[in-house]
Write a protein that binds this ligand. Structure first.
Ligand SMILES: O=P(O)(O)OC[C@H]1O[C@H](O[C@H]2O[C@H](CO)[C@@H](O)[C@H](O)[C@H]2O)[C@H](O)[C@@H](O)[C@@H]1O
Length: 281
């Protein structure tokens, strides 16, 4: 028996999922953060993989949400909404055909075609943004220099200072330098789990979800689209805040949140996906 099968959902969340999947003509968008929600957090982001429970749940749900070559096959759609670079997300998550992808906290979008090929909207930076990105990379490398466990991840529109394996003093000092660099460059610094992420263009998972809701409405022809979103980090709060009545917001793990429901970890996410799938099948 899988871990998800033995995980009991909170009763209020189970009821909310049953209302979410009600067969009343609305389309459904199941949108999921990746790191910490589908995949356990690990020291090396390149080594991330979904947990066995979420892998199985996503694949089963994905089989029900693949659009039929453009004509809407069903009323539900699947999306992964991540801070990761889109191609990195696709490589790590191996999304089912038909899945929408949002990368770089909303700066990148794409989808996996029914034939399995990733189709990504090219990300273009202005010359000013490209120059700011280079200056940002340099400033973050300086912040990381000589500090064990602190390193810089370069993404197409952002730089990320990672501190997961650093000691508390090195983390604090490097984060302060990253914050100062962001202020100097006129950029916002987002503090996530052992990361400071600084983008050269405005991004928000909330805006990305609002756009996706419109796309799903157009694709399915449904007058209403209900959205489920599960996330674990501070950067997911904008996604929760963008949703409203009829939607389902699930915070995974500890921490302050505006989400309505909370589950303890990844196996409970799988259990929630299994419940959604069982109601759609
Ligand atoms: O929006 P997400 O899908 O949660 O992506 C957010 C960031 O995820 C990655 O960092 C996090 O996961 C790493 C691997 O488990 C971990 O080492 C790190 O401490 C976490 O913050 C990714 O590397 C970032 O680029 C994403 O923005």
């Amino acid at each position: 028996m899988s871990e998800a099968a033995t995980t009991t959902l909170p009763a209020d969340l189970a009821d909310a999922l049953d209302r979410f999947t009600a067969d009343d003509g609305a389309a459904l968008l199941v949108a999921l953060d990746f790191d910490g929600v589908l995949a356990p957090l690990v020291d090396d982001p390149a080594a991330s993989r979904m947990a066995p429970s979420t892998r199985a749940a996503v694949d089963l749900l994905g089989a029900l949400t693949v659009p039929d070559g453009g004509a809407a096959a069903g009323r539900a759609r699947l999306a992964f909404v991540s801070g990761r670079d889109l191609e990195d997300l696709a490589a790590r998550a191996e999304p089912p055909a038909g899945t929408y992808l949002v990368g770089s906290h909303g700066a990148q979008t794409g989808h996996v075609r029914p034939d399995g090929v990733l189709e990504a909207v090219p990300l273009e930076l202005t010359p000013e943004q490209a120059a700011a990105l280079e200056a940002l990379y340099d400033a973050l490398e300086e912040a990381a220099a000589g500090r064990e466990g602190v390193w810089v991840q370069r993404k197409p529109s952002a730089g990320v200072l990672h501190t997961r394996t650093a000691g508390p003093e090195d983390s604090a000092a490097a984060e302060a330098l990253a914050d100062a660099a962001a202020a100097r460059l006129g950029l916002d610094a987002m503090h996530g789990k052992d990361v400071v992420e600084i983008a050269v263009l405005p991004t928000s998972k909330g805006e990305a979800l609002t756009r996706l809701r419109t796309v799903v409405g157009q694709e399915t022809g449904a007058g209403q689209v209900r959205v489920l979103y599960a996330g674990d980090d501070t950067t997911d709060e904008k996604a929760f805040a963008a949703l409203g009545a009829g939607d389902v917001t699930i915070k995974v793990g500890a921490g302050e949140t505006v989400a309505t429901y909370r589950v303890p970890g990844i196996d409970a996410v799988a259990a929630a996906l299994d419940r959604v799938r069982s109601r759609l099948a």
